[in-house]
Structures are given as C-alpha cells and as structure tokens.
Design a protein around this ligand. Sequence first.
Ligand SMILES: Nc1ncnc2c1ncn2[C@@H]1O[C@H](COP(=O)(O)OP(=O)(O)OP(=O)(O)O)[C@@H](O)[C@H]1O
Length: 302
Amino acid sequence: MNAILQAHALSKRYGQRQALVDCTLELPPGHVVGLVGPNGAGKTTLLKIACGMLAPTTGRIEVLGEQPNGAAVQLARVGYVAQGTPTYASLSVADHLKFGAKMNPAWDAKLAQARIEQLGLNPKQKAGKLSGGQRAQLALTVAVAKRPELLILDEPVASLDPLARRDFLRHLMESVAEHDTSVILSSHLVSDLERVCDYLVVLVSSHVRLAGETDDLLAQHHRIVCTRRQESDLPVGLKVISAEHTDRQSTFVVRSESELPAGDWSAERLELEDLVLTYLEWPVDHGAGSAGTPMQPTGEAQ
Ligand SMILES: Nc1ncnc2c1ncn2[C@@H]1O[C@H](COP(=O)(O)OP(=O)(O)OP(=O)(O)O)[C@@H](O)[C@H]1O
C-alpha cells in the first residue's frame, strides 16, 4: 500500500534558524506513528508541513499521495489537532459540532455526540469557559469525528489527566482499528507512545535519527556488556549507538539488522523508553541524514 507520508530531503528554515534538515521518511498506512523528540527538535514544523500549513524550504513531501496545500478537499482527508488543542473561545461545544458537520463530508455525528456525552461536556458551554483538558477533548472529538484517513495530533494528551489520557488513547486505538485510520502522534510521554504506537520516529536537532516499526526496532537493538574494549573491536555489522566504559567493562547499545552474533558478552533487548532515550542522546554529528534508511553493513554509524 502507498505511504501516508513520504518526505524526501525535506528542510525548513525560519530565517537563520534551521528547524528541519534533510528529513527523509516513508510512513506506511494503518499505523499509529509516534513522533518523539526533545523541545525544539522540529516535530511541530514537520506536522505543520504535512498539513499544508507551512511550506518546506527545500525537499519534497507527499501526504496521502498529494502535496499538502491546505485545500478543503485535502483537509477533509486529514484531521489535525495543533499543539495546545485550539478551539473557538466564543463558540459553544454544540457549535463546534455543527461547524464540524458543515465542513466535513464524512462527519460522524453519532460518534461526536456520544463522545461529548461520555466526557460530560455541556453542549451549551462556550469553549473559552472549558478547562484546558476539556478543550483538548473537544478538539480531539472534532478531529476524530471528521473520520479522516489520517489523523495528525501534536501533543494531544499533554493537558489531559492520567485517566482522561488513558481513555483518549484507548478510544483512539478503537477508532484506528474500526476505521482504518492512520495516525501520527507527537508526544514527550514515551509511556503513552509505548501503549499505542506501532511505528516510531525519533527527531533530534532537526534530523530524523530513527524510524521504523516499533517491533522491528526493538528486535534490532541490544545492550551488550563485555570486558573493556573499543567500538572497533566489535564485529562488523554492529552499529554502535552508545558506548560507556568503566576501568574494566564496556556497555554498548548496538543495532544489528541481522541476528546479534554470539560473542563474549551478555546481551539484552531494550525497552522502548531506553531505545528512545539512547537516540535522544545520540550526537547529531555521529552521522548525517536519516537513520530511517536501511543501515550499511559496515559497523559504522551513518
Ligand atoms: N515561527 C517560527 N519562527 C522562527 N523559529 C521557529 C518558528 N517556529 C519554530 N521555530 C524554531 O524551529 C525549531 C523547531 O521548532 P518546533 O516547534 O518545530 O519544535 P518541536 O519539536 O515541536 O518543539 P516542542 O516539543 O517544544 O513543541 C525551534 O528551534 C524553534 O525555535
């Protein structure tokens, strides 16, 4: 099937500030893609470009097979909830649903109504008088009820309490399974991503550092502990992502696309959080370009 998002050498500069550099990505359909990275990494910039709200400085991007341009037909296919989950302060909850119905041909009124009731939101209440978390829930309800092919959510659960977060993520998963929706979700909360994402993109300092199916990435990465040695003493084909040394011992996080070769070390798989943290700390000058592309069997970082 065709990729939901295809970016090639995508870069974005705001004046002198480089927000995205040479990002190459191909996101398959039918996944919940977790986009993770530290503050200022370029996540919002990438998501805004994907929605057609920003134009890239250089490079190409296609979303659902088209260049994003912000046109109404395209916007009906892509649900976007911006960071801070904006709503219209002077419109009531019910007005938001009416507006959604008017703007979106595939609007699911039953679902929107059921969500609002379940959340206990008063349809007459103005959005400006809702709490931050309630506004987030309203914005998310409108985005989901559009029944988009692709749902792009920029830190959607940041303002939700833990129960609301769990409820929202559960609902999101149901919706994805029922309606074949693809989702791109940015979050700082790796525990939430772990619960729902089956595809991971790690963005650090404007570069894609890692991209792939979560299960594959977890299967390919190992922490190995051995007697002290240099990276260059490890077998060819192991890409060293991090190295720590004591006087007698070395600990490496390595990536191996084939089965980890046997060696005089102890090896264990990483948890998702460890994997993400390792890549967040991976120096950008360790390798240029996208780590989402297949690794070269040289043992060298790309
Ligand atoms: N409108 C703008 N004008 C100038 N610089 C900008 C603008 N928007 C973003 N930037 C800069 O671009 C870089 C990437 O910002 P972006 O908002 O995409 O990061 P982010 O990963 O979403 O961060 P956060 O997790 O804090 O939301 C940052 O250095 C930011 O300061």
